[in-house]
Design a protein around this ligand. Sequence first.
Ligand code: SAM
Length: 301
Amino acid sequence: MDTPPNWPGPQAGEIFLEPPELEGYLGLWLKVDRVLRQEKTKYQELTVIEAGPLGRLLLLDGSIQVSQFDEPAYHEMLVHVPLLTHPQPKEVLIVGGGDGGSLREVLKHPSVEKAVVCEIDGQVIEASREFLPGLASSFDDPRAEVHLGDGVKYVAASKGEFDVILVDSSDPEGPAQALFSLGFYEDLRQALRPGGIVVSQSESFYLYSPLIEKLFGFLPDIFDLALYYMAMVPTYLSGVIGFSFCSLGPDPLKPPDPGRVAALGQLDYYTPALHQAAFQLPARWLRRLPKSVALRQGLTE
Ligand code: SAM
């Protein structure tokens, strides 16, 4: 397709720089083979590109959301860690997640009866259906329900409804900003059934340390258990992404049931050993978490 004039996004044949972080000093470049879609939705700039061995990538406001190269690492760790920690997840809510990758992984769990995706931007779902069918064909499963709207409002209106809630959000700017607030997490707790679990995309400690410290300033007060874990995702700037694990009881540091893991079929990234290892954090990050949290995640001093 032709690139609209003055469009700030990537163009075919170019090396595209993802918006840099760390005061503009650290960026990520990609060589672009083809631009498959570029459009301004009501909420954000949406781009789909193709880049050699990375396959197709979906970008929102210039930031990589998924690449076919490494998306299983993000989706499997966001989904299987909480779903295998919960004794029997039946009703699951995904806030954001319009590419369908998290939904695909949730639906691998035989206990799941209903999975609701609350995505603010219907054009993300449309673009993923067209260009990323390996993720978005999950929307055709009869257990899947799509609600187009703001996840903040949807969660505030849900009381005691979900066993697991996954916040599969973009970076804390634009429509996703409210998904990192105290009020949203208070509402998430109310939306859980007894013994429920929330896991949220919580960025890389290398890049977003103040944000993660802010989150862990209130998460341990709202939930019975709040921990941070991570996964290696090379197409995210800094190569890692983190998640907040918040629960009303179930403990992710206990080994998952081998039979339930086997029922998921062959996976790309998740293993039971990685599930537990993902909670072991580097010393410099442990020092930035509340001591009660850090002591469970490897702090020895
Ligand atoms: N894996 C991704 C990452 O961390 O980069 C997240 C991917 S997913 C495409 C993020 C989705 O969250 C986007 O489609 C965006 O439209 C959606 N989103 C952002 N704010 C939202 C809100 N307030 N309510 C519901 N969905 C929201």
